[in-house]
Design a protein around this ligand. Sequence first.
Ligand code: TEU
Length: 561
Amino acid sequence: MEKKWWHGKVAYQIYPKSFYDTTGNGIGDIKGVTKKLDYLKDMGIDLIWISPCFVSPLADEGYDIADYYKLDPRFGTNEDMFELFAEAKKRGMYVILDLVVNHCSDEHEEFQKALKDPYGPSAKHFYFEKGVDGHEPNNWRSCFGGSAWTKVPGTEDLYYLHIFHRKQPDLNWENPETRERIYKMINWWLDRGAAGFRIDAIMNIKKDLPLRGNNYPADRDDGMVTSATMIHKAKGIGVFLGEMRDKTFKPHGSFSVGEVFDADPNQINEFIGENGYFSSMFDFNETNIGKDNRGWYARKQCTPDQYRDAVYAAQKNAGDVGMMSIIIENHDEPRGVSYYIPAEDLSDTSKKFLATMQFMQKGFPFIYQGQEIGMEDCPVKSVDEIDDISAIDEYHVARKAGLTDEEAIKVVNIYSRDNARTPVQWDESENAGFTTGKPWLHVNPNYKKGINVAAQEKDPDSVLSYYKKLIALRKNPEYQDTLVYGAFEPLLADESRLMAFWRRGKGQNLLVLGNFRREERTIELPADIRKVLLNNLPELSADGRKVTLQGYQAVVLEMAE
Ligand code: TEU
């Protein structure tokens, strides 16, 4: 694999609304990110991805952009962002922004013009279609519930497409002028110091045309079909993605990471190979497990063995072709420790176990804010406490399917995107030190129980201190080459609830072991241990080549061969 400037680095995702509030309005801001740069630098973070902070009605918390060139005043000003770029640069750090170009906000100027003149040029930037027999143009369902079509106000029979919320009209990538405007905007930010972009919902940009009358077999009683089905059918996205790369990222040498769902595993080379559309893409293999088109209520939670198999499969698929970006959570997922570790086993030890499994994979690790202190899900008691539009929709889907209020809330609590969006827990003061005002979303009360940055900075055994050790190991010049580029080879892959894999580099053999269960287990190693590089417990019990791992023990070993 050709070496790139970002290989070997560690990334951190910031969801600005919940990161750190410097104004007291209860909403985090960009100045708050700048203020915490030294904290991130000290942890070993090199690159930060900032979720959208542009002008937005926040219908989908910023993933609905009304002005791509301007920060939303609630998050700060463009000058604040430029200051952040400069301060990051001083520290040898990089800032990437979030590119939301499958859709914009219905409050975007161009969409407003289109509504006023639905047959004029502005409407060509969107998908405006005539209905069929007094109904929507086709039976696609929006990701956040209901039809993906909304009637253009004041018209008899004209609709606009929104794969997401009705306040997120899809942009018409088939229109060359739309694409040119998008590229211009990307370059505008790259020219001003952004190191690249994370690219939102990118597989959605190519539609299966024509839209009108393009119905698929329904997957729910509502007669509609999830738009993901359409993504599988749509062909030719590569033309758009290649063009975007050539006109923006490539000439700038910038970093791009795609939120790529639903790609064909055989296309990995096209996406992140030598001349791939993106520098990297997220591995969502684990997050996809158990999904069900009927909704969250029918979803099956991922088991430890499924998690392991998904990781191994993704690693095998990426091989030496390209560098995947590795996560255990993000702003759309429950907290990784709450989701992948059985509730009865949740502890600092099991949190460190999961961190080790993430960081020792081949790939580019992304920490999502708060992950480094082991932040957990924050269940709610009633639907009124939910902010996430997706969770609210899924609550109603579950109720319609016959679940009681209590059952529906239980389901929603497992998957709600609010779980990851509760404010970062900085210290033990009121509101976990996130704001001096009223936080926009409830704070997880467990900040008083040691799950906060201040307490963990002082404790050498904390989850935070362990993350620092993991990062330091990945950056240790003695092992970095193996950990970044070395081959990933599973060992004892048939043993239930064990994660064991080699990272093999030039003349170096590292073995990662993780006991994914409460009970201890003894395993026979294929070679002698030369050195224990990392251990999430104080000791490792070894007798020659036999090692006994305690529950959720994770170790990184340098082996003789
Ligand atoms: O999420 C994208 C997302 O939900 C999908 O890619 C979806 O799984 C797929 O389209 C199924 O067909 C991103 C953001 O991360 C999320 O926060 C936003 O709500 C969403 O896009 C819309 O911008």
